[in-house]
Design a protein around this ligand. Structure first.
Ligand SMILES: Cc1cc2nc3c(=O)[nH]c(=O)nc-3n(C[C@H](O)[C@H](O)[C@H](O)COP(=O)(O)O)c2cc1C
Length: 188
């Protein structure tokens, strides 16, 4: 498969679509290895990943559901249950974390951008391996320092839910490129 074809095939696949099969630790390590090669201004390498597996998935689901009930006055049992189930439906949940460089040698948005590029690397390799995954960014991510022992300057940007998935992946066509590109000048 060409790289362009792989990029086109990458989809958000949600935990409810995963099978209960586990993923080999070596596969998860390879995804993280791919992430670690992302470009990074001033080589700050701000991406951090907390891989939540096994019974800790249940603990994460319970934590997020409790936080949801605590912080949303309109919380419903239905949504709390969905929040609770998502980690358990996944083979692993990877908390996507950005470490702000202590010297602040680059603007924060560049650290977020570099972390997002790391996630794209991971996501593309997951696609190539036939694994399902998606980046979830609920407001509840702001409380993750209460669940994880995070280091000073780390900020959770969401979760990468990961699981085995038997296709087919949903179709999606991006809006036409012509609406997003301005060609300036002519190539010689
Ligand atoms: C930074 C980021 C945050 C996202 N957060 C969410 C989210 O909270 N909930 C969700 O359903 N999808 C989330 N997504 C996935 C997008 O909804 C998804 O990428 C988009 O619908 C395009 O679909 P595709 O990934 O299948 O191409 C997020 C994607 C990115 C890049």
């Amino acid at each position: 498969m060409s790289l362009l074809e792989l990029i086109r095939r990458r989809r958000s696949i949600f935990p409810v679509q995963y099978s209960s099969d586990s993923i080999a630790p070596s596969d998860i390590e390879e995804l993280l290895e791919a992430a670690n090669w992302a470009p990074t201004h001033r080589k700050t390498e701000p991406w951090r990943f907390y891989v939540i597996q096994g019974e800790q998935r249940t603990a994460l689901g319970a934590f997020l559901a409790a936080k949801y009930r605590e912080t949303d006055p309109k919380a419903s049992d239905f949504k709390a249950k969905k929040i609770q189930q998502k980690p358990e439906q996944s083979a692993a949940v990877i908390a996507i974390v950005m470490q702000r460089c202590p010297e602040e040698s680059v603007p924060e948005w560049e650290e977020v951008a570099a972390t997002a590029m790391a996630v794209q690397n991971l996501w593309l390799l997951a696609t190539e391996k036939g694994l399902g995954g998606y980046w979830s960014s609920p407001g509840l991510k702001a409380y993750m320092s209460e669940f994880l022992e995070m280091n000073p300057g780390e900020k959770c940007l969401g979760f990468f839910y990961l699981g085995k998935f038997e296709g087919p992946a949903p179709e999606r066509e991006p809006k036409p490129l012509a609406q997003k590109v301005v060609w300036v000048g002519k190539s010689s």
